[in-house]
Write a protein that binds this ligand. Structure first.
Ligand code: SF4
Length: 259
């Protein structure tokens, strides 16, 4: 979709979102919040819903969690405007209560449309509800308990041809400030997703992939994703010898070995 079609599609979608009265949250909101940021961004962040300040001033992430999000972007040396940010639920949840299943179901079609129009390279759901919805949409494995979702934060997942990078919601630091440095480490990773691995043009993995001998997931998860975690990348940087048939996770695939 070209840029002007994209602007039109986002505008048309936002007009419909602004008029929505499908669920009870329309009765208690002041504003409906639609997405903000670069509609051509590689990264699309999805939070849960607007807070009180966001609802009254009709701006995304301007309350206490927004202050934390800004700091996390600073740490990652990224501009907030360089990503597209939206919510799973477009209207405020009264008194910050948990969302009900029917409210998530009522609002999800808007998010689906938004994802289709923005077409991000990587979806970054923030916190439990957004992460669960995005993983379900792309048929990724779901942890069996809510407490286990934290183990997914900061890990790049590739499912149904979509890259997903769940992160803790910035609001979690309001309640658990001791998690600050661990959360920062995860957000700093966002920066590396802005470009592919510098070794990709000459990497044997690219060659094997183009010859149809390597599964796409290796390229998407490492070369065009979290290349900083690639064992080959680290060894290249340290000028250490490694076989051409060593995979990005450091395992050896002898089927790639020349005969
Ligand atoms: S396999 Fe590793 S070193 Fe090679 S391009 Fe991919 S991320 Fe970079």
């Amino acid at each position: 979709m070209n840029l002007s079609c994209k602007y039109k599609a986002v505008d048309e979608l936002n007009k419909r979102i602004n008029k929505c009265t499908v669920c009870r949250l329309s009765l208690t909101r002041k504003h409906v919040l639609t997405g903000e940021g670069d509609i051509n961004a590689r990264l699309m962040m999805i939070a849960l819903s607007p807070g009180e300040k966001e609802d009254s001033e009709n701006r995304m992430f301007i309350g206490p969690s927004g202050q934390i999000l800004n700091k996390l972007f600073d740490k990652a040396k990224m501009l907030r405007e360089s990503v597209y940010i939206t919510n799973l639920i477009k209207c405020m949840l009264p008194k910050n209560r948990r969302p009900k299943t029917d409210e998530i179901n009522a609002c999800s079609p808007f998010l689906e449309e938004e994802i289709a129009v923005i077409d991000p390279e990587i979806i970054v759901p923030l916190g439990f509800y957004a992460t669960r919805s995005v993983l379900m949409k792309y048929h990724a494995d779901l942890p069996s308990a809510r407490s286990e979702f934290t183990s997914l934060y900061g890990r790049l997942i590739f499912s149904d041809d979509q890259k997903i990078f769940p992160l803790p919601h910035p609001a979690s630091l309001l309640y658990h400030p001791s998690f600050e440095s661990k959360t920062e480490e995860k957000y700093i990773k966002l920066n590396i997703f802005l470009h592919d691995c510098k070794w990709f043009p000459v990497c044997p993995m690219k060659w094997y992939y183009e010859k149809g001998r390597l599964d796409k997931k290796w390229i998407e998860k490492y070369c065009r994703g979290d290349w900083e975690s690639c064992v080959r990348f680290k060894m290249e940087e340290e000028r250490r010898f490694h076989h051409d048939w060593m995979l990005p996770d450091g395992s050896i695939d002898n089927s790639l070995k020349p005969v």
